[in-house]
Design a binder for this molecule. Structure first.
Ligand code: URA
Length: 434
């Protein structure tokens, strides 16, 4: 088999066989297919697409290209959750303990932030002592004892995806539904859970800017999950405005604690109830979604989910006293209020631009190797749809220096637009695909 023939076949709209896809993924993993041929093939896929069968095969081949996690040592149905990434999206750290408090087993591998979006592993590492690199035995032990554990992705999970994703990033070939779907699902399948909940974001802060594209991606991933024998449900959720009030690592952990004690922002709380209820339902701890929602709401108000988070943090070496007394977190020593330049309704709070402002403060990474300032970030006082008076605070910025705050203030103000009429609202959860 020659790679050049497979590139030509896909360029002409042909369908690659299982053997041909396995050949490509093997060559990608062992280095025998050079980067330029892989890149050419990815570009051909961007133009010609892939059939469902091709996408499933690509996903499974990438999932098997490195380590796979066998969760059979964990008792009960394991449920995983993946978000396509957003700004202020701390839902995993709320819903994992909520679902675990309701009896669901969760052995989750999470990512770090990149670009304008945050990552669960970075947020967790803002808790002093928190270990996110547990070995397999310790990881399983925490899940069996506590019911949930969240760690960073192991080094050799889906090496073929790692290579292809890095190439796609620099060859303008990220934006292809079969490539995104196979990339995400290969990692979820390799991570071993029986059931998968996907949170596919849409809007200005998301990969998929329109609901149609988000639904198409979600459908593809749900079908791949089914094809791989992993029951998968996807929610399409709004990421046109940041979620909750807090953006930045320690600030988001504080908001997680508030939400798990029944005092969270309305939008974040409502979205977490829906996501957690789906995990509870997938984990077969409730017979229907209404019961699952009731269970999630109870766990978020009776303290059981908050206690579960404290248990998980302690089991992973973290100092849970920071969760019980969030005043212990060190936040940016410079704090600056951003005042509204106008009166009126907020028509736009552009999520990607606000996420980029938080990166300027030090809360995110400019490059893969940048250091994060855990105490940096933004508290939004006003979000899309709110009424504001000129001179009222829109946000408070936290950083290590006045210079960073000034830079971020400019970026933040550019993210807002004002008008006389309230913008049309839409639900946080736009669709559910099963
Ligand atoms: N996230 C991934 O893991 N892969 C993609 O292709 C896009 C987003």
């Amino acid at each position: 088999m020659r790679m050049v023939d497979l590139i030509r076949k896909k360029r002409q709209g042909g369908i690659l066989s299982d053997e041909e896809i396995d050949f490509i993924v093997r060559g990608c993993t062992d280095g025998s297919v050079p980067d330029y041929q892989l890149s050419a093939l990815m570009m051909a896929v961007c133009f010609q697409g892939m059939t469902k069968e091709e996408t499933v095969r690509l996903t499974l081949a990438m999932a098997e290209s490195g380590d796979t996690v066998d969760l059979s040592e964990i008792d009960g149905i394991t449920v995983d959750k993946h978000s396509t990434g957003g700004v202020g999206d701390k839902t995993s750290l709320v819903i994992v303990p909520v679902a675990a408090a309701c009896g669901v087993k969760i052995a989750k591998m999470s990512g770090r932030g990149l670009g304008h979006t945050g990552g669960t592993v970075d947020k967790m590492e803002s808790i002093p002592g928190m270990q996110t690199a547990l070995d397999k035995k310790a990881f399983f032990d925490v899940v069996n004892r506590v019911g949930c554990a969240v760690i960073g992705q192991s080094g050799n999970l889906c090496p073929a995806d790692k290579k292809l994703y890095a190439l796609r990033d620099v060859t303008a070939t990220v934006d292809s539904i079969p490539l995104i779907a196979s990339s995400i699902m290969s990692k979820k399948i390799a991570a071993g859970s029986d059931r998968i909940l996907l949170d596919v974001k849409t809007g200005s802060g998301a990969f998929m800017k329109t609901q149609e594209k988000a639904e198409a991606l979600a459908r593809e991933m749900v079908e791949i999950g089914a094809g791989a024998g992993r029951k998968t449900v996807a929610l399409i959720t709004d990421m046109d405005r940041p979620l909750g009030h807090a953006i930045g690592n320690a600030l988001e952990i504080i908001e997680v604690c508030e939400t798990l004690n029944g005092r969270g922002p309305e939008d974040l709380t409502a979205e977490c109830v829906e996501l957690a209820a789906n995990m509870i339902y997938l984990g077969e701890k409730a017979a229907d979604m209404e019961t699952a929602r009731r269970m999630a709401k109870t766990a978020m108000t009776d303290g059981s989910a908050f206690e579960k988070l404290c248990e998980m943090v302690t089991a992973q070496g973290g100092d849970a006293s920071y969760l019980r007394d969030t005043g212990k977190f060190t936040l940016g020593k410079v704090q600056r209020q951003v005042l509204s330049p106008e009166s009126g309704y907020i028509l736009r709070a552009h999520a990607e631009q606000i996420g980029s402002a938080s990166v300027l403060l030090g809360a995110g990474r400019e490059t893969k190797d940048s250091e994060i300032d855990f105490g940096a970030g933004i508290i939004l006082h006003k979000n899309k749809g709110d009424l504001v008076k000129a001179g009222e605070p829109l946000a408070t910025l936290y950083a290590e220096s006045e210079g960073k705050c000034l830079q971020a203030e400019k970026a933040l103000l550019a993210a807002y637009a004002f008008g006389e009429k309230a913008p049309q609202g839409h639900p946080l959860v736009l669709a559910r695909i099963e």
